[in-house]
Design a protein around this ligand. Structure first.
Ligand SMILES: [Fe+2]
Ligand SMILES: [Fe+2]
Length: 152
């Protein structure tokens, strides 16, 4: 069964979001001053790379071109934590930004799941959505344990 135009559009949107996440996490791993956070951002970047591969696979198996100007970009050059301050940023802000993006991406996958007409594709999207929720949880925990996320 070929992809419906709705499925195609939503998967392409999510692939764009994955490329954005990869870029952000590569940059944040370089900018963060805390070693633990650097590691966490690197781990998240590699998860997002797997998501992008899955979506690209679905599109190309269905004969959809996956040319995308956001797919390739030059990664940050080494450790840029010393310039984070010059950008007016902090580790807390990096985490907060990433958490917002994960919340957005998770709800975007929710739409893709609900509009999915193919049970096999639906399952793959559900799997990714679940991992996006885990990413949000990881970021939330990193913020809360540092006192940067107020729940009261
Ligand atoms: Fe992702
Ligand atoms: Fe994610």
């Amino acid at each position: 069964m070929p992809l419906t135009s709705k499925e195609k559009k939503l998967i392409e949107d999510n692939l764009n979001a994955e490329y954005l996440c990869i870029r952000k996490y590569d940059q944040y791993a370089s900018l963060a001053t805390d070693q633990q956070l650097k590691q966490m951002f690197n781990d998240l970047a590699s998860k997002e790379r797997q998501h992008a591969q899955t979506l690209k696979g679905i599109l190309s198996q269905n004969g959809v071109s996956t040319n995308n100007i956001f797919e390739t970009a030059s990664p940050p050059k080494g450790d840029l934590s010393s310039v984070q301050k010059d950008l007016g940023s902090t580790d807390a802000q990096l985490l907060n930004d990433a958490l917002y993006v994960e919340k957005y991406v998770s709800s975007s996958y929710n739409n893709a799941v609900l509009e999915s007409a193919d049970p096999n594709i639906r399952m793959q999207l559900q799997h990714i959505q679940n991992e996006e929720q885990q990413h949000a949880e990881t970021l939330f925990n990193a913020m809360q344990s540092r006192g940067w996320y107020k729940t009261e």
